[in-house]
Write a new protein. Structure first.
Length: 561
């Protein structure tokens, strides 16, 4: 084998030995050795290969695959700007703790800084956004056994680092792969023997024992404890919620936390008078809460003790208010000491009143609204379904307005909360989930990742329904400070950014079935059709902003009663 082919085959073999089941490829020339090794591994039934023509789309598809499976997933690009297009997904994987492997093919060192075609400085391209970055070095002839040990050890360390096996801090890893020609294999053999062999029995080159944290120890107890669960691994969120409920602690959980907490938690915390009478003594934070200003304000309140639960060395503390940081909840199920039962019941009753008020306001609103759509999409999903939420208005609407469901998996790219790559993330997540899958995203989020709808010849069509409330632009800004009347002169051009596109026609042009929903009552029947399908609901930015004000007022009034 020529050196490039040998390295590529060892790389792929060790990835599979380390647990990789899916890989993503954006085509290119310099990456040909690894691309062909991945294709051969798929033919042999060792992994599943996903091919996309656009690197950014490929990267966010990888993010969805890795986030849903919990396993490292590599994405392979050629050199130059192709590698740069992974950066947004790498940033999201960093903040979300997702084991994405960025494999970027590169020119050899003698071509760098010479003006050679398609050559940039790729080593260290992603800066501090990766857990580890390696400029691997050019494969050479005549050093087979030594290179085999190096390459296999390198891949094993890459996987362990990406999974956080020793650090409890999973995240992206970058391997920069320089190749000299020849890039194509000399033969069709795929078996690796002799100096290229791996460990016996298909074992990885290096394995690690599962990391087990020490016990958290005793924590001073106060009667009124609220648990806030933000974005994070779903299993972690569910365990935290179960423990909290067993101890009688109210739970407020973001949609992508994996937990089902009280309905309308952000509306409860946003009602100043009610909160003043029901303020917790302690807030236990699990995951990374980012959605709600009322939650952020509570965590910044100096009168509240904040306990942060994390198993990562980088813990979320935007308010810099954590008094205690530990790997587990302060107590196990039923070990929480004296609980103020009356106070906890008041939180649950208040959530019920807010839910009733919200439902009445949503049902009375004229015409389809994004807010009602968010509530109704969650309600219409069958048990076991997957829901992927856009990181702008949809995830916030679901957080405030939907009835939380513990039998539905909810994902959102909340690491750095960008709108880019959401379609591709949803397709990747749906490929792993395997059941009914729905994505809810705004029109700009949809337009931002149109190439995600391009499913190439031979690629499986995703069973995904993408629901798009279309308010012709950046409607979230109408609900924020830029939407105030004093900014009306420049609002439309600078924030509202109308696109004027027919999204049904856009989706159909890219090969997806598409439907325009005229009535909210038609939603369950359309969702039952399955995918690939796009469902568009036309809404109005200013009407949505007015409804948001009305919903907050209705919640406050319900809490005063």
């Amino acid at each position: 084998m020529n050196p490039s082919t040998a390295f590529a085959r060892v790389l792929v073999d060790e990835l599979v030995r380390g647990g990789v089941t899916d890989a993503v490829l954006a085509p290119g020339s310099r990456s040909a050795p690894v691309a062909l090794a991945l294709a051969a591994a798929e033919r042999d039934g060792r992994l599943r290969l996903h091919v996309r023509i656009d690197e950014r789309t490929a990267a966010f598809l990888t993010l969805g695959l890795a986030k849903t499976s919990g396993r490292p997933v590599p994405v392979l690009t050629t050199s130059g700007t192709a590698a740069a297009h992974l950066h947004a997904a790498v940033l999201e994987a960093d903040a979300s703790g997702v084991p994405l492997l960025a494999l970027t093919a590169d020119r050899p060192p003698e071509l760098r800084a010479t003006g050679a075609n398609q050559t940039i400085e790729q080593a260290g391209l992603y800066g501090g956004a990766v857990r580890w970055a390696v400029d691997v070095g050019v494969p050479e002839a005549g050093r087979e056994a030594a290179q085999n040990r190096y390459w296999r050890s390198l891949v094993a360390k890459t996987l362990l680092t990406a999974m956080g096996a020793l650090s409890a801090d999973p995240g992206p890893v970058h391997l920069n792969l320089a190749f000299r020609e020849p890039l194509l294999p000399d033969d069709e053999a795929t078996e690796l023997a002799g100096p290229w062999a791996g460990r016996p029995g298909g074992a990885p080159w290096t394995a690690a024992q599962r990391w087990t944290p020490a016990g958290s120890g005793p924590v001073d107890w106060r009667q009124r404890t609220l648990v806030v669960i933000g974005d994070g691994p779903p299993l972690r969120g569910r365990v935290a919620a179960d423990t909290a409920r067993a101890n009688g602690w109210p739970v407020i959980a973001e949609p992508s936390s994996g937990a089902a907490g009280l309905r309308g938690g952000a509306l409860l915390l946003g009602a100043a008078d009610w909160l003043a009478a029901h303020r917790p003594d302690r807030v236990v934070v699990v995951g990374r809460p980012t959605l709600s200003r009322p939650v952020s304000a509570l965590l910044a309140d100096p009168a509240v003790e904040v306990v942060t639960v994390t198993r990562r060395p980088r813990w979320p503390d935007a308010a810099r208010s954590s008094a205690t940081v530990g790997p587990d909840l302060p107590y196990g199920p039923g070990e929480g000491g004296t609980v103020d039962d009356a106070w906890a019941r008041e939180w649950a009753a208040a959530a019920d009143r807010v839910g009733g008020a919200v439902d009445a306001a949503l049902d009375a609103a004229p015409g389809p609204t994004a807010a009602r759509l968010a509530r109704d999409v969650v309600a219409a999903l069958p048990s076991g379904a997957l829901l992927v939420l856009g990181s702008s208005t949809p995830v916030r609407d679901v957080d405030r307005l939907a009835v939380p469901r513990g039998d539905v998996t909810v994902l959102a790219n909340r690491g750095v909360a960008g709108i880019d790559g959401t379609i591709s993330t949803a397709i990747g997540a749906a490929a792993i989930h395997g059941g009914r899958a729905v994505a809810l995203m705004g029109d700009l989020t949809f337009l931002h990742d149109l190439t995600g709808l391009l499913v190439g010849d031979g690629e499986p069509a995703p069973d995904l329904t993408v629901v798009v409330p279309d308010n012709d632009g950046g409607g979230i800004f109408a609900q924020l400070e830029p939407g105030a009347d004093r900014h009306a002169r420049d609002y439309r051009r600078v924030f509202g950014t109308p696109h004027g596109r027919d999204l049904v026609a856009v989706a159909e042009a890219l090969g997806w079935a598409a439907t325009r929903l005229a009535s909210a009552d038609d939603l369950p029947a359309v969702l039952a059709l399955g995918g690939p399908r796009v469902v568009v609901v036309r809404t109005d930015q200013r009407a949505e902003a007015a409804l948001a004000v009305e919903l907050r007022a209705a919640a406050a009034a319900a809490l005063e009663s």
